[in-house]
Design a binder for this molecule. Structure first.
Ligand SMILES: Cc1cc2nc3c(=O)[nH]c(=O)nc-3n(C[C@H](O)[C@H](O)[C@H](O)COP(=O)(O)O)c2cc1C
Length: 364
């Protein structure tokens, strides 16, 4: 099909929950208005939503949505919580939407955590996030120091550039075209036969097999070594040769599989409210090939099982590492979360087959 869309067809909705402290909003307003003026001059329709209550009459489904959150001196925005409430109460309200996030803080803290939380809740309501969907401005803007040096412009200018680049990324986003059969890579570090999370994956897998070629890699204890933290130049050098200082299963099996896959499924039991150590090492060691390969067309999915609670914060770690940092696309409803404690008890969770089948359909 020919793409006949023109600038006039292009739309952007800026969801900018009102921040009561007027003095705090000036910086983000300045940055936003420079992007909005330019987009409007090109014919892009820009709508601004400031209150969660407006979402009763303005639908975000199918839209390009830029969430722009300004934080008070204490790192809070009360209207942001009303937005979260709305998304959690309306689980389809962002179906088909493509989202990006700006967080402008007044200190060095709270910006990233708030963005991950927003991304998780919006994603549960159907919002897709392209890779690297976050522009963060800490109070000092020091987080832009490296880019400021590389681009040879002041930090405030980097902030403006990044916001404009993000807005354009949302407006121009297209689902990547691929081969007919999906190539899926699943990574885990669990014991087959007893791990609830791995049993859940077995179910999901059974619903995927007719349309996907699936590679499964086990990163068990002994096979994984964490990142050594080489200097940038060293890491780049190894990455250019599809390698890493340590070699082993990562370079022999995982790197080729990552380079070849369309979709990555991370199988994450909740270990102390975190992704387990082997999978964390897997993420850290992706850095070498991330520097030399484009991951921006690949998709991330996750299965998270907790014995008691906390699956949301494990899912948020995956979002921060793989979507915010490593630039994978996070499709709507990217994560299936369940609670099961006793070995194999996942099999007794009500409706588990239907949930696994529905999740398999989301993987594409
Ligand atoms: C080392 C370890 C730490 C754990 N920490 C938590 C935790 O912080 N919160 C929780 O809800 N469950 C915790 N669990 C329980 C697992 O999340 C639970 O067994 C779940 O079924 C997923 O693990 P599995 O896939 O290995 O079965 C922990 C389990 C292990 C082995």
């Amino acid at each position: 099909m020919t793409d006949v869309s023109t600038a006039e067809d292009k739309r952007l909705v800026i969801v900018r929950p009102v921040c009561e402290l007027q003095g705090r909003t000036a910086r983000m307003e300045e940055v936003l208005s420079s992007t909005v003026d330019r987009l409007r001059s090109e014919g892009v329709q820009v709508t601004v939503v400031a209150m969660a209550s407006e979402l009763q009459r303005i639908s975000l489904a199918g839209e390009h949505v830029l969430f722009a959150i300004c934080l008070s001196e204490a790192g809070v925005n009360m209207e942001y919580y009303r937005l979260l409430e709305y998304f959690r109460q309306h689980p389809d309200c962002l179906e088909g939407a493509v989202g990006g996030i700006i967080v402008d803080g007044s200190s060095e803290l709270f910006t990233k955590a708030l963005a991950r939380r927003l991304a998780f809740s919006a994603n549960m309501a159907g919002c897709l996030f392209p890779g690297k969907p976050l522009v963060e401005a800490t109070g000092s803007l020091h987080n832009f120091d490296v880019l400021s040096m590389v681009r040879d412009v002041p930090s405030m200018e980097v902030y403006k550039q990044q916001v404009e680049e993000l807005a354009r990324k949302l407006i121009d986003f297209k689902w990547p075209q691929g081969e007919e059969r999906l190539r899926v890579l699943a990574v885990h570090a669990s014991s087959r036969g007893t791990s609830n999370t791995l049993l859940l994956w077995d179910k999901v897998r059974s619903y995927l097999e007719d349309r996907a070629d699936i590679t499964e890699i086990s990163l068990r204890n002994g096979s994984m070594i964490d990142c050594r933290g080489c200097r940038y130049e060293e890491c780049l050098h190894f990455g250019e040769n599809d390698g890493c200082f340590y070699g082993g299963i990562m370079t022999e099996q995982v790197y080729p599989a990552i380079i070849n896959c369309d979709a990555l499924v991370m199988i994450c039991p909740n270990y102390n409210d975190a992704i387990g150590a082997n999978l964390t090492a897997f993420i850290n060691r992706l850095t070498a090939i991330f520097r030399t390969h484009d991951f921006s067309k690949k998709r991330i999915y996750a299965l998270v099982v907790s014995g008691y609670s906390g699956s949301d914060i494990v899912a948020e770690q995956v979002i921060g590492a793989i979507n915010f940092n490593k630039a994978f696309i996070m499709p709507g409803h990217f994560c299936l979360t369940e609670t099961a404690h006793e070995p194999r008890s996942i099999l007794k969770v009500p409706d588990i087959d239907r949930k696994a089948a529905r999740f398999a359909q989301i993987i594409r």
